[in-house]
Design a protein around this ligand. Structure first.
Ligand code: NAG
Ligand code: NAG
Ligand code: NAG
Ligand code: NAG
Ligand code: NAG
Ligand code: NAG
Ligand code: NAG
Ligand code: NAG
Ligand code: NAG
Ligand code: NAG
Ligand code: NAG
Ligand code: NAG
Length: 814
């Protein structure tokens, strides 16, 4: 599901916060006084010298953030204006005291400075500095110089996102006048370390501090208890990704001036929400990932100034009705907790809310009608709960709403017609519910995404779908739709990228003319018949074509080679009658080719030299009429199945991602004789199914090179010769089926090295001799071997009479 794709948390947070800060930041600019020459020669010289320490580099790590979020002129550094002969007080980023002429503020944020920060920098001559902003430059993992303590008058210090690293010098605690300190450093989170004594002194000394921003700083060694001693002047405390552990003092909620508090971490960081005495004028509260006790206290309703409340910290129980007292609330995010009970109706009192996200909890009961009062809502996200009943008609009043996500609930009833008249609705997720009945009419709202999959909708897909001209993602799969009134209506949807109509009862012909924008066409498990008609045009952008389980006949259209980006082609379980499509071998991205259960026939062999099927890792030709030798030359060239490192890293699902959408591919696999639909295809999944054909000759040795194979099924053919011992090299193999062939000789002992093997079927061949012992072979039963009259040894009752099998008690020792 695309919206729940997890961005890396710090990245996501940085994005949100930089955005918000930009939106709310006032545009105070360094004041310049160009009329009188105020700047002293020494200070000008110190600055010019400082300038020479760095180069200007417009591709530094944060360059894009600067241009996007701070509206800095692209490819202009403030220090370019620093020139001898011009009053330094008029240089960009420099501010002077208008009486003494001393430089008192330096704002070099986003100046594209690149280079190590010298500890003997002439910058430290500027003893009158009150404000120093070096944010968003690249000091190439320099240490923050301890000389910084020479700025005894400093009130504002911002060195965030400037790639300082190492220990924050303990001298920083000498800057006792600091009012704001920003050391945040998300991307190099492991690099800037704040040590516990330094922090303790900092907290002790900074009696004036109002804003403390330490996100991304490694505070592993810091005892959270010290936060208790922070100045009561504190207004902002931002602690994302600090690696703090232990118990964070909840007295923070009693700080008389605290307005913004952001804390995230893991479960090893706990903070108990107070049950009373919240005395702070909190406006923004964010607690993520940490553990904040069991329940959300009734007293949360006392925080009358709250504008944004975001808690994802393992809370359970119900949400107290008092939440309705937070009348200033603009954003409420309580997703990914374990809340249960009903959604409180008092939420309807929070009429300033623009965003409400209660997803990923266990809320039950109906969606309260009072939600319809929240007329400012732009996000309403209630997915992944157990909500039931119908969508309340009051939601028809949410006329501003672009994003409505109600998927994965137990909602029922028919789809209210007004939902398609909400004038600003862009994304509608109603999938995985129990909606029933027909859809009468799609109206013209600006929907780009519509997911109604996994419901009980029926009847025809009305041709008014063509009204949704902005649609780029349409998923109607797993319903009971039975008819496409005008199949070609889809050609009207010129922006459509993902079209999934799979698992319905659709009949008729496949739409003739498809939108050029299409990346995914999934019509699996319907009753479409006739030819695959379409001529795929030059430049066809299809990446996933799934027609599995219909009644298509005729040939596979040769024009498919125009779809150079094709990754998945599944036409299994149809009546296609054709020869092997060797012409697909040049498709550079093809990973999955499924032709099973059709009437394909003839030889399978390559017609050309050079690479063929370079990325193929799932090949299913089973249950066709292929003849001749196994396709040796292809097998030799299946490079994607030979990668020994495939299993490194965490497995990922195969996705088709476009700019606007992403879509998880599925695949029907046969496992122990039954078909299953894998909802996600892991990118490490490699299988070859050639069963139920008329392949003959020997199994080539070279098959042992396909080291990432998880499944190999060559059963029900006419294969002869021995089982190659090279199969023992397929150490990722989980199932192996060579049954019902004419194989002879012994079962190679090398197969004992297949330690992942859980299914083995060698039955109905002419194998002889002892069955290998040990490892997985201790787990297979008689069935794996039956119909081979010459086999002996465990598990068969026929013993080998000393010809090769030692007594089993001896065997078990290895
Ligand atoms: C500092 O410089 C940045 C980038 O040019 C600018 O966005 C910001 O407003 C400045 N800050 C102050 C306090 O002037
Ligand atoms: C500029 O910064 C980028 C990113 O850190 C770095 O790869 C590149 O080498 C730098 N360019 C120069 C000329 O130093
Ligand atoms: C800024 O300069 C860099 C390299 O010097 C270049 O890649 C980039 O496109 C430029 N950006 C703009 C907005 O001109
Ligand atoms: C600069 O001068 C203005 C009056 O023009 C005054 O209000 C302000 O306080 C002065 N600033 C400093 C830092 O002295
Ligand atoms: C700073 O120290 C370096 C050597 O560590 C020296 O080359 C440089 O001249 C010094 N700069 C100043 C301004 O003293
Ligand atoms: C650093 O924190 C201060 C204080 O909250 C804030 O004003 C400043 O914008 C922050 N800097 C950046 C680059 O976000
Ligand atoms: C954080 O700093 C400690 C030293 O205080 C270090 O041992 C640890 O590896 C650092 N953590 C990360 C993730 O870099
Ligand atoms: C808050 O909501 C409840 C229930 O929806 C309602 O009875 C009450 O009058 C509302 N309070 C205010 C102040 O609007
Ligand atoms: C819809 O769900 C409600 C609550 O679960 C149930 O009482 C009602 O019978 C359901 N209606 C239909 C038509 O299934
Ligand atoms: C929508 O709001 C209007 C007034 O704002 C109200 O009269 C009407 O009852 C509401 N509709 C629903 C379905 O709640
Ligand atoms: C199997 O192959 C042999 C030749 O190797 C042939 O004689 C026999 O007819 C084939 N059997 C079937 C069922 O095709
Ligand atoms: C199997 O692996 C062994 C070494 O591990 C190697 O000598 C042999 O050539 C391999 N066989 C094949 C067919 O790849």
């Amino acid at each position: 599901m695309r919206i729940f794709t997890k961005l890396s948390a710090p990245l996501c947070l940085l994005f949100v916060f930089l955005c918000l800060k930009t939106a709310f930041s006032s545009s105070i600019h360094a004041s310049s006084f160009s009329t009188t020459h105020l700047c002293s020669h020494e200070e000008a010289l110190a600055l010019l010298q400082f300038k020479t320490s760095f180069s200007i580099n417009y591709t530094v790590l944060y360059a894009d953030n600067c241009v996007d979020f701070f509206y800095t002129k692209p490819n202009y550094s403030k220090i370019e204006s620093w020139k001898e002969g011009i009053d330094c007080c008029s240089w960009d980023g420099v501010s002077c005291d208008n009486v003494t002429g001393h430089v008192i503020a330096l704002n070099l944020s986003c100046s594209f400075l690149y280079g190590t920060f010298p500890s003997n920098s002439t910058l430290f001559f500027l003893r009158n500095l009150q404000s120093l902003n070096l944010a968003l430059n690249d000091f190439r993992l320099s240490k923050i110089p301890s000389e910084i303590s020479q700025f005894t008058r400093l009130k504002h210090l911002d060195v965030s996102f400037s790639r300082f690293s190492g220990q924050v010098p303990r001298e920083i605690a000498h800057l006792i006048k600091l009012v704001s300190l920003n050391l945040s450093n998300y991307y190099d989170s492991s690099d800037l370390i704040l040590e516990t004594t330094t922090f303790k002194n900092l907290v002790h000394n900074l009696s004036e501090v109002r804003e403390l921003v330490l996100s991304g700083v490694n505070m592993t060694s810091v005892n959270p208890r010290f936060f208790m001693n922070l100045s009561s002047s504190l207004t902002t405390l931002e602690l994302f990704e600090t690696m703090l552990r232990g118990n964070f003092p909840n007295s923070i909620f009693c700080f008389p001036n605290l307005k913004n508090f952001y804390l995230n971490g893991k479960r090893d960081l706990t903070i108990d929400l107070p049950s009373s005495n919240w005395s702070s004028p909190l406006q923004w509260l964010y607690l993520g990932g940490v553990d904040c006790g069991r329940r959300l206290p009734e007293s949360i309703g006392d925080l009358k100034s709250l504008q944004s409340l975001s808690l994802g910290c393992n809370l359970e129980g119900s949400i107290p009705a008092s939440i309705g007292n937070l009348s200033q609330l603009i954003r409420l995010s309580l997703f990914s907790n374990n809340f249960n009970g009903q959604i409180p109706t008092t939420l309807g009192n929070l009429t300033l809310l623009t965003s409400l996200d209660l997803s990923n909890n266990q809320f039950s009961g109906p969606i309260p009608a009072s939600i319809g009062n929240l007329s400012q809502l732009t996000y309403l996200i209630l997915s992944y709960n157990n909500l039931n009943g119908q969508i309340p008609s009051s939601l028809a009043n949410l006329t501003q709403l672009p994003y409505l996500f109600l998927s994965y609930n137990l909602l029922n009833g028919t789809l209210p017609p007004w939902i398609f008249t909400l004038p600003f609705l862009e994304q509608l997720y109603l999938n995985h519910n129990q909606f029933q009945g027909q859809i009468n009419q799609f109206q013209q709202n600006p929907l780009t995404l519509l997911d109604l999959s996994n419901n009980e909708l029926q009847g025809s897909i009305p041709n008014s779908i063509a009204n949704l001209v902005n649609l780029s993602y349409l998923n109607l799969s797993s319903n009971h739709f039975s008819d496409l009134i005008v199949p070609d209506m889809f050609s009207m949807l010129q922006n459509l990228e993902i079209l999934d109509l799979s698992h319905n009862n659709l009949i008729g012909k496949i739409p003739n003319c498809l939108p050029k924008s299409l990346s995914v066409l999934n019509l699996q498990a319907n009753y479409f018949d006739g030819n695959i008609p379409f001529g795929f045009p030059e430049g066809c952008g299809l990446r996933n074509l799934n027609l599995h389980g219909n009644q298509m006949d005729g040939l596979l259209p040769r024009s498919l080679v125009n779809c150079r980006m094709l990754e998945v082609l599944d036409v299994g379980n149809n009546n296609i009658s054709d020869t092997f499509p060797h012409w697909l071998e040049s498709l550079p991205e093809l990973q999955v080719l499924v032709l099973r259960s059709n009437k394909f026939h003839g030889f399978v062999h390559s017609t050309k030299e050079g690479p063929s099927f370079p990325k193929l890792r799932v090949l299913d030709l089973s249950s066709n009429y292929f003849v001749g030798a196994l396709p040796l030359r292809y097998i030799e060239n299946f490079n994607a199945m030979m990668d020994p490192h495939r299993d490194g890293g965490s497995p990922e699902y195969m996705m088709v991602s476009t700019i606007a959408n992403s879509y998880q591919c599925s695949l029907v696999v046969t496992w122990k004789g039954f078909d299953y639909e894998l909802q996600g295809i892991l990118t490490i999944f490699s299988t070859i199914h050639l069963s139920n054909n008329k392949f003959e000759g020997e199994i080539p040795d070279v098959i042992g090179k396909l080291s990432s194979l998880k499944g190999l099924n060559l059963s029900h053919n006419n294969l002869t010769g021995h089982i190659p011992s090279s199969l023992g090299n397929l150490t990722n193999l989980e199932w192996l089926d060579l049954s019902s062939n004419e194989l002879t000789g012994k079962i190679p002992d090398e197969l004992v090295s297949l330690t992942q093997l859980s299914v083995l079927n060698l039955s109905n061949n002419h194998l002889v001799g002892h069955i290998p012992q040990g490892s997985q072979f201790n787990t297979f039963g008689n069935g794996s071997y039956e119909g081979n009259l010459g086999l002996c040894g465990i598990p068969l009752s026929k013993s080998c009479d000393g010809i090769g099998t030692p007594p089993s008690s001896f065997q078990e020792k290895d």
